[in-house]
Design a binder for this molecule. Structure first.
Ligand code: RP5
Length: 168
C-alpha cells in the first residue's frame, strides 16, 4: 500500500495565494501532498481522471478550493468516498458567499466538509486533513498535539506582552 497523501485541488491558479495556507500546514506537519489546478467547469475530464487516479494511489483526503460558482468539491465528492474538504475562495464580487453556499449546500449522501471562506478556511482544511490521517497515525497525532500546545503558548506569550505594555 502506498504512502497516504492529501490531494489539494484548486479551480484556478488565481486561488493559490489563499490555498498556500493549507499547503503550509501540511508541510509543517510533514504530511505529503499533491497540488493541482483542476476545474469542475473548465477541465471536467481532467478533474475526473485525476481524482480516480489519486484515489487508487492512496489519497487519504481531498482538499478542494474554488471560488464563485464553486462546484469543485461537490464534483470530487461525487467521485470518491474519501473525505472531501471544501474551501470556499473569496474571488469575485460576492467575496466568497457564492462559493460558500455552492460548496456547503450538498445534497444528502454526498458530503463535503466545508470550512471558512478564504485563507483561514484553507489553513483549517490543512489541519482537518491531518487530523483525519492521524486517526491511523500516532506519530502525526503527537505532532498535532505539539502544534496545539505551541499555538496556546504563543497566545499566552502575546497576552503577557500586552499586559506588560499596558502596565497591568
Ligand atoms: C473559480 O473561478 C476558481 O476557483 C477561481 O476562484 C474563480 C476565478 O478563476 P479565474 O478566472 O481567476 O481563473 O472556478
Amino acid at each position: 500500500m502506498s504512502q497516504p497523501f492529501v490531494a489539494i485541488l484548486m479551480g484556478s491558479d488565481s486561488d493559490l495565494p489563499k490555498v498556500e495556507a493549507a499547503i503550509d500546514v501540511l508541510k509543517k506537519l510533514n504530511v505529503h501532498c499533491e497540488v493541482r489546478v483542476h476545474s469542475a467547469h473548465r477541465t471536467p475530464d481532467a478533474t475526473h481522471s485525476y481524482v480516480k487516479d489519486a484515489d487508487a494511489r492512496g489519497c487519504a483526503a481531498f482538499i478542494c478550493c474554488a471560488g464563485m460558482a464553486a462546484h469543485l468539491a461537490g464534483v470530487v465528492a461525487s467521485l470518491t468516498i474519501k473525505p472531501v474538504i471544501g474551501v470556499p475562495i473569496d474571488a469575485g464580487p460576492l467575496d466568497g458567499m457564492d462559493a460558500l453556499l455552492s460548496t456547503a449546500q450538498m445534497p444528502g449522501g454526498i458530503p463535503v466538509a466545508t470550512v471558512a471562506i478564504g485563507k483561514a478556511g484553507a489553513k483549517n482544511a490543512g489541519y482537518l486533513a491531518c487530523q483525519i490521517i492521524a486517526l491511523g497515525d500516532a506519530d502525526l497525532a503527537d505532532r498535532l498535539k505539539a502544534d496545539r500546545r505551541a499555538n496556546a503558548e504563543n497566545v499566552l506569550a502575546r497576552n503577557a506582552a500586552l499586559q506588560e505594555k499596558l502596565g497591568a
